[in-house]
Design a protein around this ligand. Structure first.
Ligand code: ARG
Length: 414
C-alpha cells in the first residue's frame, strides 16, 4: 500500500514539475526511502518555481529507516506560509515512533529537532495548500551516536558483495533464503516467474543481459528484489524501470557484449537481504580457472520447468581458448567468459543473472552475466557469460545512485 502511494507520487510529480516549472535544486527527490546509519547526512529541500516560491498543493514525503542511531533535522532555511504553533497552512511535518511535529518558521528549529527515544523511522512530509507560498526550506537529516568501534575508516556506509549467510553452503541446490542479496528477477508486468535474472549494482542500477531487454520498451518489464520463492509472497518488492541501455557493441548474432543496464524509477533501500554485488577490480582482468557461483530461477534442465526458488550452482571458469575449442572455433569472443562443472550449469531463464566469485576479504564480485549455452550442463559445451571485466568502464559510466564499497579488510579466519 505504501509502495503504491510512493509510485503514485513519482508519476504525478514529474508532471507538476514540468507544468508548473518548479524544480528541485538540491537534495533527495520526493518519495525517497533512505536508510540512516550513524554518520549519515542527507539534504532535503522544497522545489522552487519560476516565481522563486515553492509549489502550491505540494505533497512530498521522505522516508528514513533508522538503523541504530539518533536522527535529527536541522534547517538553515525555513519559511513557509502558515499560522500558529501548529503551522496551519503549509508545513513540514516530522514523525517518529514517539513524536510528531510540524514546522514552518525558522525559530521553531533553532536547535534542531531530534527524538530522544529510540525510533525505527523518521518520516518527513511537506504539504502545501493553494493559498499563498513562501521561499521554502532547506534542511539536513542526519543521524549520530552509537558508532561501533571502527578499525579502518569505512569507504562508505554499506558494503557490496556480502552474502547473507551464517553458515557456508555447498553448491548445487536451492540457495539459502536471501543468500545472494544482489539477485533480482526480471519479470513481465503482472507475472511472477522471471524471464531473466539480474544483479543490483547500486540503489538505482541493475545489470542484466542485453538479449533480455533488447527490442522491448521499459514498460515491458519490472525488477523484483528481495525474492526467493516466486510462488509465494515472501517479502519481494517490485520496481519500475525508468530507462535501459544495452551495450553499444552488443550483437544479437554473435552475442558479444551481452550486457544491459536498467535504471530504476526509485531507489532500492539496502538491507541485509537486498544489497549490491561488487564489480571486479579493473586490474584483475582474467578470472580464468576460478571457482564461481551462478544463480537464477531458470529451468532445472534443458527443456524442463523453471524453478520457483532461487537456485545456485558452483562452476569453474575456463580460459577462452579452451572454451572456443569446445564450441568449434570462432564463437567465443573476448567479451565472453565460460564456466562449467559436471552436471551443473545455468539454463533457460537464468539469462542476465550473475556469475560471482569470492574475493579475498570475503566479498563477492560480479565476473559474468548469463548469456548462452548449447543445451545445459552438456559436458561438451560450457555455459557462456558476458565477461564483466571487458566492459567495466561502460558499466561504471552507467551506474546511478548510491554505491557501496568492497570491504577489503582481511580478518583472520575468513
Ligand atoms: N539464453 C538463456 C536464457 O535466455 C541462458 C542460457 C544459459 N545456458 C547455459 N547452458 N549456460 O535464459
Amino acid at each position: 500500500m505504501k509502495n503504491l502511494l510512493l509510485q503514485v507520487f513519482l508519476v504525478i510529480l514529474p508532471l507538476t514539475m514540468v507544468y508548473g516549472q518548479c524544480t528541485l535544486k538540491e537534495g533527495l527527490p520526493c518519495g525517497s526511502k533512505v536508510k540512516l546509519v550513524s554518520g549519515s547526512s542527507f539534504t532535503i529541500s522544497s522545489k522552487s518555481c519560476q516565481n522563486g516560491l515553492y509549489p502550491k498543493r505540494e505533497n512530498c514525503g521522505w522516508y528514513f529507516e533508522v538503523d541504530g542511531c539518533k536522527p535529527s533535522l536541522n534547517c538553515d532555511k525555513m519559511a513557509l506560509k502558515a499560522k500558529g504553533r501548529k503551522c496551519k497552512g503549509d508545513r513540514l511535518k516530522v514523525e517518529t515512533e514517539n513524536r510528531r511535529k510540524a514546522f514552518c518558521r525558522k525559530e521553531q528549529l533553532e536547535s534542531g529537532f531530534t527524538d530522544a527515544k529510540p525510533t525505527e523511522f523518521f518520516d518527513i512530509k511537506f504539504t502545501t495548500n493553494g493559498r499563498g507560498e513562501d521561499a521554502g526550506f532547506k534542511c539536513t537529516v542526519s543521524c549520530s551516536g552509537e558508532t561501533p568501534t571502527i578499525v579502518a575508516p569505512p569507504v562508505s556506509d554499506c558494503n557490496c558483495g556480502k552474502a547473507n549467510r551464517k553458515h557456508k553452503t555447498v553448491g548445487g541446490s536451492e540457495t539459502k533464503v536471501q543468500e545472494y542479496p544482489w539477485q533480482v528477477a526480471i519479470v513481465s508486468p503482472g507475472q511472477s516467474l522471471p524471464f531473466c535474472g539480474g544483479a543490483i549494482l547500486s540503489s538505482n542500477t541493475v545489470i542484466t543481459a542485453a538479449h533480455c531487454t533488447i527490442g522491448q520498451s521499459v514498460g515491458h518489464f519490472k525488477v523484483v528484489v528481495n525474492e526467493h520463492d516466486v510462488s509465494v509472497d515472501d517479502g519481494q518488492e517490485i520496481f519500475d524501470v525508468c530507462s535501459k541501455k544495452e551495450h553499444p557493441n552488443y550483437s544479437s548474432n554473435t552475442k558479444e557484449h551481452d550486457v544491459s543496464i536498467l535504471t530504476l524509477c526509485k531507489p532500492i533501500s539496502f538491507t541485509k537481504t537486498v544489497a549490491p554485488v561488487c564489480l571486479p577490480d579493473q586490474s584483475r582482468a582474467a578470472y580464468d580457472n576460478v571457482l564461481s557461483t551462478v544463480t537464477g530461477w531458470g529451468t532445472l534442465f534443458a527443456g524442463g520447468p523453471q524453478s520457483d526458488v532461487l537456485m545456485g550452482v558452483d562452476v569453474n571458469t575456463i580460459g577462452n581458448t579452451d572454451c572456443d575449442n569446445d564450441y568449434g572455433g570462432g564463437i567465443i569472443k573476448d567479451s565472453m567468459i565460460c564456466a562449467k562443472a559436471v552436471g551443473k550449469d545455468a539454463c533457460q531463464g537464468d539469462s542476465g543473472g550473475p556469475l560471482v566469485t569470492k574475493e579475498p576479504g570475503d566479498f563477492y564480485s560480479l565476473i559474468g552475466i548469463v548469456s548462452f549455452g548449447a543445451g545445459c550442463a552438456d559436458p561438451d559445451f560450457p555455459g557462456v557469460y558476458a565477461r564483466v571485466t571487458e566492459d567495466l568502464p561502460w558499466i561504471r559510466q552507467n551506474i546511478n545512485g548510491k554505491q557501496c564499497g568492497a570491504n577489503r579488510n582481511i580478518s583472520p579466519g575468513s
